[in-house]
Design a protein around this ligand. Structure first.
Ligand code: URA
Length: 195
C-alpha cells in the first residue's frame, strides 16, 4: 500500500504473493512469473499462464507468442516499455495444459490487485481464459473479440491469444485489425481524459 494515496502497489502485491505454494503448480514451476512493464501503464495486457520460456526467464510473453505480440503492439502504436503484462496464472501448468478452475480461483486475487495497482485506461485480454475471467462470462472468445466491453471503470478489449495465430495463421489478419482497433480505442480514451 502506498501510504500517501492508500493505493495498492505492485510491490505490495508481489510481496503478498511471496514464494507462493498455494497450489500444486509450485511443485513443477521454475519461477513465478509475476508480470512486467510500466506500473502506470495506460494499457494492461492479460495472458493465460507462463509457457516454457517464460517459466525459465521469469517474464511474460518472451517465447514465440511473445514475438508475435511484439509485432502486433507496433500495429497499435505501442511498445513493451509503455504497457504492463501479466497472466491469469503466475506459474506454468505442466506441458502448458489449460489452467484448472481451482488454480484460477487461487491465483486470481493477485491479478485483481495488479489491475487495481496499475489502474489502466484499457485492459486487453488475450484468449479465452483471461477474457472469461475479466468479463465474468462463459461466452467464447470468438464472440467477444474485437468489441469493446465495459466492466467497472475499465474498457476491456478481448483479442485472440497470440498462440492461436501461431497454430492458425488465418487468425493473424483478424488480430491485426483488433490491434488497429486498440490503437483507436487508446486515442479515444486519452481524448476523453483531456480537459
Ligand atoms: N502465453 C501466455 O498466456 N502468457 C505468457 O506469458 C506466455 C505465453
Amino acid at each position: 500500500m502506498d501510504k500517501r494515496t492508500d493505493k495498492i502497489t505492485l510491490e505490495a502485491v508481489r510481496e503478498q504473493l511471496g514464494e507462493c505454494r498455494r497450489c500444486e503448480l509450485c511443485e513443477t514451476r521454475t519461477t513465478i512469473v509475476f508480470g512486467v512493464g510500466n506500473p502506470q501503464a495506460e494499457v494492461m495486457f492479460i495472458g493465460e499462464a507462463p509457457g516454457k520460456q517464460e517459466d525459465l526467464g521469469a517474464e511474460p510473453f518472451i517465447g514465440a507468442a511473445g514475438k508475435l505480440l511484439n509485432s502486433l503492439l507496433e500495429v497499435a502504436g505501442l511498445t513493451r516499455e509503455e504497457i504492463f503484462i501479466a497472466n491469469v496464472l503466475k506459474c506454468r501448468p505442466p506441458n502448458n495444459r489449460d489452467p484448472l478452475p481451482s488454480e484460477i480461483e487461487i491465483c486470481s486475487p493477485f491479478l485483481r490487485d495488479q489491475v487495481r495497482a496499475v489502474n489502466p485506461l484499457v485492459l486487453v485480454t488475450l484468449g479465452r481464459f483471461a477474457t472469461q475471467f475479466i468479463l465474468k462470462t462463459d461466452v467464447g472468445i470468438s464472440n467477444l473479440r474485437g468489441q469493446v466491453h465495459l466492466t467497472g471503470r475499465f474498457s476491456v478489449l478481448p483479442i485472440y491469444h497470440p498462440a492461436a495465430a501461431l497454430y492458425d495463421p488465418s487468425k493473424k489478419e483478424v488480430m491485426e485489425r483488433d490491434f488497429e482497433l486498440l490503437g483507436a480505442l487508446i486515442a479515444k480514451r486519452r481524448k476523453e481524459l483531456t480537459p
